[in-house]
Design a protein. Structure first.
Length: 234
């Protein structure tokens, strides 16, 4: 194997161990055994488990980058803000086309990180902030100017994260094959209700929601976004 191929094989061996056992529950020795390399060779490529976490973050980068370019080319406004919220909930709560297995592994890595070694979660949030925060803030400000949002005394910089973290919490309840909490409704309905809750929580007026929140149209757009980028990267 070349150095790059060996490095990738080690990462692929480490990800399921981190996902199953967490950061603290996974040792460099276990990773070396899973990757079928010596300890010396492992440390040659990765001086620490933290270094591996940074490499594993590349998965999050691929998912984020699928939509990042599209959103940054959009005109900031209410329509873009609604589409971004819709995208966040669909990407977090449903399987991203072509990334299902890696997505599940990422979710477990993220939630383990919140419990023990926070560096992975911090990197995830930093990546999301870099890719989406500016367009979210610009769209929020434009929506206020257009009268589509009723401003509150809340710190506007936190509204985007409130939306995102609610989606994460719903996902956590459904991470196990048997949901920890049953909302007694189909998942599509749950997502729809959660999106409406988030939009209203951001201050969108009923008129703005009726005008821009068109789930069927948005689903078609998001589906095309994922599949067109998958084709481009094939």
């Amino acid at each position: 194997m070349s150095a790059d191929e060996r490095k990738l094989s080690i990462i692929n061996a480490a990800k399921p161990l981190f996902a199953a056992n967490g950061f603290n529950g996974t040792s460099m020795r276990q990773i070396a055994a899973a990757a079928k390399v010596s300890g010396a060779l492992l440390y040659k490529h990765f001086p620490s488990k933290e270094a591996m976490h940074k490499e594993i973050l590349s998965y999050v980068g691929r998912i984020s980058n699928i939509a990042e370019k599209e959103f940054k080319e959009m005109e900031p406004g209410t329509e873009t803000l609604v589409l971004l919220v819709f995208f966040i909930y669909r990407a977090i709560l449903l399987e991203v086309p072509g990334h299902g297995e890696q997505q599940k592994m990422h979710e477990r890595l993220l939630f383990y990180s919140l419990l023990e070694h926070v560096s992975y979660a911090q990197m995830v949030f930093d990546k999301i902030s870099i890719n989406y925060f500016d367009i979210a803030q610009a769209s929020y400000d434009a929506a206020v100017q257009d009268g589509d949002i009723i401003e509150t005394n809340s710190d506007h910089s936190n509204l985007f994260w409130f939306v995102h973290h609610l989606a994460m919490s719903l996902n956590l309840c459904h991470l196990s094959p048997i949901p920890a909490f049953s909302y007694k409704m189909p998942k599509e309905k749950l997502i729809d209700d959660a999106i409406l809750f988030a939009l209203r929580g951001m201050g969108l007026t009923d008129n703005a929601i009726r005008k821009y929140y068109k789930p069927k149209k948005l689903k078609i757009y998001i589906k095309g976004l994922f599949f067109s980028n998958e084709t481009d990267n094939a």
